[in-house]
Ligand binder design. Structure first.
Ligand code: ADP
Length: 453
């Protein structure tokens, strides 16, 4: 059984069940039809005999039967015998033989007798007369009526059952085969992906909505996610290598220059200075990458505590104000006592990144406004600046890893790597929140992070 395919197992199972069901129905029908036919026969037999009893009398000492006496009806033969057993009138179903006449009389009892291999039901009634000899009235009917019914049913069943079972088995097999087709396709697709590593392959499906199609759709969805993650990982690695390639190339160029062309200590110091600058840049890149990876990996295991958000935002704003190198004012509008379940390090990183950007892309002499409020449905943290703003077409892209609006400016002057906002979004999502931006070039930007209450 284990070696059979699911299709065959299903087909086999319901074919056997159908055969069993048919067998039970068949036995039941045979039984019911036999007993009904037999009951019917007995009823007709007794009824005719009982009626005929009323039609027998003596007239002037001679036995007579009335005109209403019925000698044959509905397969029942009715006969009258003298008390001695001698026949007065009537015929048995087998006229040539007198076996049926010779069956001993039994008053009021229907019984079955077999003559010449044929079964008959016999019913006798003794008619008692006060002043004349008694008379026997006998009814005889062939017992085969019921048997005929069951025989007809039997034949019908014998012909139709194999056809029906065959139809059910063949139909069932094809339905099972069709229904299980997605599994075949899932296996084939998984096999192709496994062998070729091509994650763009999908399970082809026609418009059906049964469970297996849902399973195939779930697999396709999983492949989509895997492909997206895989591509994101690949891009991340290539972007990270790309970021590191520039400072490494600069360091190598400086070393070559120093070895071949540097004249005197002064030029050597100059080269070492340039190399050190690129070293810092590389260290910054590696630090950012590590931080980003840590945040990404923390998705599952953020250590949430009951955090006083108002307090934390105040502290970070103060630190930022103290370290601010540009002439930009930092205003706060913080509702006190706002608390939420959050990871302190992550929320600090989120606000730090937004403030860092507001300073980087802010206007000299401009402002940054930080606000925190709770509208009972959600907690809203916003960081607004009146800096350079972001063009409409860039707003959806700034959340992507390594995306910078002005690539040349950012990487050459040591500004960000394009990971800051990707981190902000990731952290917001880990806390069940989301982040949006409203911005206008040359007017400024507002970044709003909302956490559900
Ligand atoms: P970066 O490290 O380059 O700042 P981010 O991911 O933090 O990377 O930001 C992506 C891009 O979004 C930046 O290159 C910048 O062009 C733009 N951006 C972010 N914040 C602001 C802001 N407050 N004002 C204007 N542009 C911004």
């Amino acid at each position: 059984m284990k070696k059979l395919t699911i299709k065959l197992r299903i087909t086999l199972w319901f074919s056997i069940m159908m055969i069993l069901l048919y067998a039970v129905i068949f036995v039941f029908i045979t039984f019911v039809s036999n007993s009904t036919a037999s009951r019917d026969n007995q009823g007709i037999l007794a009824n005719l005999v009982d009626n005929n009893v009323e039609e027998i009398d003596y007239d002037d000492g001679a036995l007579e039967v009335d005109d209403d006496f019925i000698a044959f009806r509905d397969g029942v033969y009715c006969l009258v015998y003298y008390e001695s057993g001698e026949k007065y009138i009537g015929n048995t179903p087998i006229q040539e033989l007198d076996e049926l006449d010779e069956v001993p009389f039994e008053n009021g009892n229907v019984r079955s007798v077999t003559v010449e291999g044929e079964s008959y039901l016999i019913y006798d009634r003794l008619v008692v007369f006060k002043h004349h000899p008694d008379v026997w009235v006998r009814g005889i009917v062939k017992e085969y009526k019921g048997a005929v019914t069951s025989q007809t049913v039997y034949q019908a069943v014998l012909i139709t059952f194999p056809i029906l079972i065959l139809l059910a088995a063949v139909g069932g097999y094809f339905i099972a085969k069709r229904s299980l087709q997605p599994i075949q396709k899932i296996c084939e697709t998984a096999d192709v992906i496994g062998k070729s590593g091509d994650l763009s392959k999908r399970i082809e499906m026609e418009g059906n909505t049964d469970e297996l199609h849902q399973l195939a759709a779930a697999f396709n969805h999983m492949f989509d996610r895997l492909q997206a993650n895989f591509e994101a990982e690949r891009n991340f690695t290539s972007d990270a290598s790309h970021e590191l390639r520039t400072p490494v190339a600069t360091i190598l160029a400086q070393c070559e220059y120093a070895f071949e062309n540097a004249k005197g200590e002064e030029e050597l110091y100059e080269s070492i200075g340039a190399i050190q600058k690129q070293g810092y840049r590389m260290s910054h890149i590696i630090e950012s990458l590590l931080q980003f990876t840590r945040i990404e990996q923390k998705t599952e295991m953020a250590s949430f505590e009951n955090l006083d958000l108002s307090e934390l935002v105040k502290i970070i704003c103060r630190e930022h104000r103290e370290e601010m190198v540009r002439d930009i004012s930092l205003e706060e509008q913080i509702e006190p006592g706002i608390k939420m379940k959050a990871d302190r390090d992550m929320i600090s990183r989120l606000l730090f990144n937004l403030l860092q950007n507001a300073v980087r892309y802010g206007r000299e002499g401009g402002y940054i406004k930080v606000s925190l409020r709770d509208n009972k449905a959600e907690i809203i943290l916003s960081v607004a600046d009146n800096g350079i703003g972001i063009a409409e077409g860039e707003m959806s892209k700034i959340w992507n890893r390594f995306y910078r609006v002005d690539q040349s400016r950012s990487s050459s002057n040591g500004l960000g790597l394009g990971l800051g906002l990707a981190m902000v979004r990731q952290i917001a999502q880990i806390h069940g929140g989301r982040v949006r931006v409203e911005s206008e070039p040359e007017k400024g930007s507002v970044f709003k992070v909302t956490f559900p209450r």
